[in-house]
Ligand binder design. Structure first.
Ligand SMILES: Nc1ncnc2c1ncn2[C@@H]1O[C@H](COP(=O)(O)OP(=O)(O)OP(=O)(O)O)[C@@H](O)[C@H]1O
Ligand SMILES: [Mg+2]
Length: 502
């Protein structure tokens, strides 16, 4: 008897059929991959089986008994724990309080037993080898930590089915390993998983079976033993895989554009310098907590007391805020784009053109942009990044997670920056769109933009970057020019204090 099944689930939104007659089953102790391009309908199905949204038609059953989930609690009570793609934690509550939401709070003599609450949270976090204070406010954690906290919460619930919608976006290799170990252990206790990821390596490593969605339809239900990665990509894309990236041609760099001296992410007393030339892509490698995002913050003037000096095009500049950096021509695509960059209730067009309104004027002396030019730029980006939406006027909030990422990325790609800093640019983005983003980054570099790239996906970093700086625990542990293998780079990331490599 199947643990869980859905039959003929349909769901439409204005202008989109997000799910059409989707049926599948999940057995006890089975790890099932849930795949599909951005906007294919994965999160829609997940929101339905979590009770967050209702289907137009179709049924959900647990152990062949039909269930109706009209609110999240019913799904949770039935034994389904869901970690959504868009984190729905509460920043102003502590880690332990967030983890207790929906589970009930332990009480002693009628009042909240904070010690028990924290102990429970600490135990779940320890399973993931996470060293986070249960009393810390969730809003003060990094995106990766917040995601891990939500995963730990799912582990606390004694669920029979755990649904993870892109759990590894923004997690590091080490955190992913911890997560996989826990998933495999729970599987041996007959817990089942529905697992969404755009990273096929994870799917092949973890899953027994995969479901593939395309344009709202379930197009494949395959045992992983019976399929290889190329065939899986073909199923996702609906066509044979093209070569993922075009190996870059010999590229030439111009003059140094940006030089920043005295960076010291965690004040370890061993400051380092960073420089990047026109047309060059500098890769910042390192594991989570290595100090990559902090380095970026310091470049953008987050800590004026540190004495970081910044030279832009040979001129000394004093950068004290991201806004000022932007005025100097230094753009940033932040890691947490949804919180730091998305105007969710605004149309896609404005989300794309927000940073380049000056470039969209029909006459330079006019103080406002031309709506026609704005619309054309938006259409151009929508087509090149294959952004799935009924129209450019749709609110950003109504797009699938990956398509939101693309829209915010498009904003900076089209802004005409001298230096562009990209923090995990392809998180949550499907294979096809990744290829397109890679070529846009290359094109930008070829046009003379200096690029600083952070990516936890080493193959991506290796493919794109001309030079690498490896950080570990806030220190620069290696600087590398040219070719490097994934294993070499990973080894450098893992070994702190390794010798400087010329
Ligand atoms: N609230 C909504 N209003 C309107 N359209 C929506 C809404 N939520 C989702 N959609 C649309 O439904 C389709 C399926 O979206 P869904 O979020 O399920 O995709 P997904 O497979 O999870 O993609 P991703 O990999 O990008 O997360 C998309 O075309 C999306 O724009
Ligand atoms: Mg999704």
């Amino acid at each position: 008897m199947a643990l869980f099944s859905i039959q003929d689930i349909c769901k439409s939104y204005p202008g989109v059929q997000a799910a059409q007659n989707v049926s599948f089953e999940i057995d006890e102790g089975e790890i099932v991959g849930f795949l599909g391009k951005n906007g294919a309908g994965k999160s829609t199905i997940i929101r339905i089986l979590a009770g967050v949204e209702q289907p137009d038609s179709g049924t959900i059953s647990m152990y062949e008994a039909p269930c109706t989930f009209t609110m999240a609690k019913q799904a949770a009570d039935a034994g389904i724990a869901v970690v959504h793609q868009e984190l729905n934690d509460v920043p102003l509550l502590t880690v332990a309080e967030n983890m207790a939401m929906g589970l009930g709070y332990p009480k002693k003599a009628g009042i909240l037993d904070r010690r028990a609450l924290n102990a429970r949270a600490r135990a779940a976090l320890a399973e993931l080898h996470m060293d986070v204070d249960p009393n810390a406010l969730v809003g003060e954690l990094s995106v990766a930590e917040r995601r891990m906290v939500m995963i730990a919460r799912a582990l606390l619930t004694d669920a029979k089915l755990i649904v993870l919608d892109e759990p590894t976006a923004s997690l590091t290799e080490r955190e992913i390993e911890e997560l996989f170990a826990v998933i495999k252990r729970l599987k041996s206790q007959d817990v089942s998983f529905l697992y969404v990821s755009h990273r096929l390596k994870e799917i092949t490593e973890l899953c027994d079976r995969s479901l593939v969605m395309r344009d709202g339809h379930l197009v494949a239900d395959v045992q992983m033993k019976e399929i290889d990665e190329d065939a899986l990509v073909a199923l996702i894309a609906g066509k044979r895989k093209e070569s993922l990236t075009s190996k870059r041609a010999e590229r030439t760099f111009g003059d140094e554009v940006l030089r920043v001296e005295g960076l010291d992410p965690f004040y370890r007393g061993s400051p380092f310098d960073l420089h990047v030339a026109a047309g060059e892509i500098l890769g910042l490698a390192g594991l989570g907590g290595a100090g990559r995002t902090e380095t970026i913050r310091q470049i953008l003037g987050a800590n004026p007391n540190l004495g970081v000096t910044c030279t832009l095009n040979g001129r000394n500049v004093q950068i004290t805020s991201p806004k000022q950096a932007w005025d100097c021509g230094i753009g940033l695509v932040p890691e947490d784009r949804r919180n730091e960059g998305a105007l969710l209730n605004f149309p896609i067009t404005h989300n794309i053109t927000l940073s380049s309104l000056k470039l969209r004027r029909s006459r330079n002396w006019l103080p406002f942009p031309s709506t026609g030019k704005e619309a054309r730029e938006a259409e151009h980006q929508i087509t090149t990044l294959n952004l799935k939406t009924p129209s450019a006027e749709e609110s950003l909030a109504n797009l699938s997670g990956g398509n939101q990422q693309k829209a915010i990325l498009a904003r900076s790609l089209s802004a005409g920056c001298k230096v562009l800093i990209l923090d995990e640019p392809t998180h949550g983005v499907d294979v096809d769109a990744k290829t397109e983003i890679y070529s846009q980054i290359m094109r930008l570099a070829a046009s003379g933009c200096a690029i600083i790239l952070i990516s936890s996906e080493l193959p991506e970093l290796i493919e794109l970057a001309d030079r690498f700086m490896v950080l570990s625990e806030g220190k620069l542990v290696a600087s590398l020019n040219g070719e490097v293998s994934e294993n070499e780079l990973l080894k450098l990331c893992l070994t702190a204090n390794s010798e400087m490599v010329a």
